[in-house]
Design a binder for this molecule. Structure first.
Ligand SMILES: O=C[C@H](O)COP(=O)(O)O
Length: 252
């Protein structure tokens, strides 16, 4: 079912004490919100996932991982498997963030394997995609996004989309302070929904949540979230301050 979602991607920030303190702050700040049909997700680093789950227990906050390896187990030094995440009660994983694509060479083919691993393990994926600045400037942004979706998702079954959240993150808007305009976000989200509809049918497309990510702040969240095909946000920098994150949640 299509849901409103505000997800915070903490990236490589916050040690254990900071993780617990930030969760405490978010819990306090959102305590009185009704959050009907709205999910709040945070995504701390691997080493703090267990502490985060414990701290977020009995609250409105879900905890997700930022990445996962596609293999079941084996000689992959430094990597984390689905079984390991499941063993600490993680149910959601971010896949395909542009920083993983850029700095860790995660290709569409690898991301397709990661999606298979996430879904076959009964986990939920927040699948990220989005064009780079030069691709937008050369007006190739729709083609780039279409190919990212095709290459990583089009081998899946329609039923898999029950466990997929999409996150459009134009790379030029991540951490730059430059946000896609609400119109640009809406235009791309509508295109993504149409692309999903053509391949998997209207019901799947109507029910999938599509988040926008890229310099979402308390000041611009409401306008971006007001667009009909924008179902929420994947928040980086502004998710690291409880008041800012709470203000973005309120904006939904
Ligand atoms: O995953 C989150 C995005 O990379 C957005 O980051 P940002 O809000 O700091 O621009």
């Amino acid at each position: 079912m299509r849901q409103k979602i505000v997800a915070g991607n903490w990236k490589m920030n916050n040690d254990k004490a900071e993780t617990k303190a930030l969760i405490k702050g978010i819990k306090k700040a959102i305590k009185k919100l009704s959050l009907k049909n709205t999910r709040v997700i945070i995504s701390p680093s691997y080493v703090n996932l267990s502490a985060a789950i414990k701290k977020a227990d009995n609250s409105k906050i879900e905890v997700a991982a930022q990445n996962m390896h596609q293999a079941k187990n084996g000689a992959y030094t430094g990597e984390i498997s689905a079984d390991m995440l499941k063993s600490i009660n993680i149910e959601t994983v971010i896949i395909g963030h542009s920083e993983r694509r850029e700095y860790f060479n995660e290709t569409d083919a690898i991301l397709a394997e990661k999606m298979d691993a996430v879904l076959s393990n009964g986990l939920e994926a927040i699948f990220c995609f989005g064009e780079k600045l030069e691709e937008r400037k050369s007006e190739n942004h729709f083609a780039v996004v279409e190919s990212q979706l095709k290459n990583a998702l089009f081998h899946l079954e329609a039923a898999n989309f029950k466990n997929i959240v999409l996150a459009y993150e134009p790379v030029w808007a991540i951490g730059t302070g430059e946000t896609a305009s609400p119109e640009q976000a809406q235009e791309m989200h509508a295109f993504v929904r149409e692309t999903i509809s053509k391949k998997f049918g209207k019901e799947v497309a109507d029910n999938v949540s599509i988040l926008y990510g890229g310099s979402v702040k308390p000041a611009n969240a409401e306008e971006i979230f007001s667009k009909p095909d924008v179902d929420g946000g994947l928040i980086g920098g502004a998710s690291l301050k409880a008041e800012d994150f709470a203000a973005i949640i309120k904006a939904i």
